[in-house]
Design a protein around this ligand. Structure first.
Ligand code: AMP
Length: 284
């Protein structure tokens, strides 16, 4: 069932709750691929009813980012969801989510601001305000759907960590379920933005996975010095890669580490052919 309004979703969920059914939520921006599908399948296997939200959230895009050209494929997405056993696809307009006046300027909207410590690193450094937009929309979706569980991909590990912190700090009654990164056979992490890559870009994009894999191999062989592990990337990067960051952080609290251990997650962001790609890998 495809629903566009908050009221309709609330009524549907109210009905399910009356029947004692458990509800799962999978928040997405659409252009669904196997990565999203893995979250959906997990939700369908664990909950009686599943809501997939499809909303290209304008307030999480920074000026100059790809808000206007972000792929929008609602018909195909809805079909994929139906085939996967999803009960409701919630696809609101920006005005439905935020109101006309709130959309025109930020001055009228209540925001959820995640902690400086978690935000001012990795993607948050270049995407100023991005995680404010993410937390605000995710909080709204939690309030609208009132799900028992919500599913997020480790592909966006900083986002997952920030959302877990928000749920803890604001006592939101929901279970956050992490889901592993789904990759192409080549190792490239699936992303809606891969659609922007040319065939040649795709070959160069493999560097992200290769770097993460090499680092993990070296770690498994006993190298724990982060500087030494970082240096292994130099042999893989070339003029086709515009590296934004390669960082080693504790998986739970995103604290920087200098000596890697099993709880260290390696994060990488790199532009290839003008397309910004992110990936990460846990060393343990
Ligand atoms: P997005 O539509 O990009 O906002 O992603 C919606 C959800 O799907 C987020 O929780 C992402 O982390 C997750 N996701 C996106 N790509 C992948 C992937 N390749 N593997 C696992 N989860 C993913």
């Amino acid at each position: 069932m495809l629903l566009h309004t908050i009221k309709e979703v609330r009524e549907q969920v109210k009905q399910w709750k009356k029947e004692g059914l458990t509800v799962g939520l999978v928040p997405t921006m659409g252009a669904l691929h196997e990565g999203h599908l893995s979250l959906i399948q997990k939700a369908v296997s664990q909950c009686d009813k599943v809501v997939v939200s499809i909303f290209v959230n304008p307030i999480q895009f920074c000026p100059g980012e790809d808000l206007d050209k972000y792929p929008r494929t609602l018909e195909a997405d809805t079909k994929l969801c139906q085939d996967a056993g999803v009960s409701v696809v919630f696809a609101p307009t920006p005005a439905e989510m935020y109101g006309e006046r709130e959309m025109r300027t930020n001055d009228f909207l209540t925001y959820v601001i995640p902690p400086f410590f978690h935000v001012h690193k990795l993607c948050g450094k270049s995407r100023v305000g991005h995680f404010d937009g993410v937390c605000t929309v995710v909080n709204k979706l939690f309030n609208i759907v009132q799900a028992d569980r919500a599913y997020f991909g480790e592909k966006d590990a900083q986002q997952l960590s920030i959302i877990r912190k928000m749920v803890e700090d604001l006592n939101i009654p929901i279970e956050i379920v992490p889901c592993p990164i789904i990759r192409e056979e080549s190792g490239l992490a699936l992303s809606s933005r891969n659609k922007y890559l040319s065939a040649e870009d795709k070959v160069h994009a493999l560097a992200l996975y290769q770097i993460l894999n090499n680092i993990k191999l070296c770690y498994k062989k006993g190298v724990t010095d982060v500087q030494a592990l970082k240096e292994t990337a130099i042999f893989i990067l070339n003029e086709h890669h515009d590296l934004e960051y390669l960082e080693f952080l504790d998986d739970k609290d995103l604290e920087e580490v200098t000596e890697a251990n099993d709880n260290t997650r390696v994060f990488i962001a790199c532009k290839v052919g003008g397309v910004r790609l992110i990936d990460n890998m846990l060393l343990g």
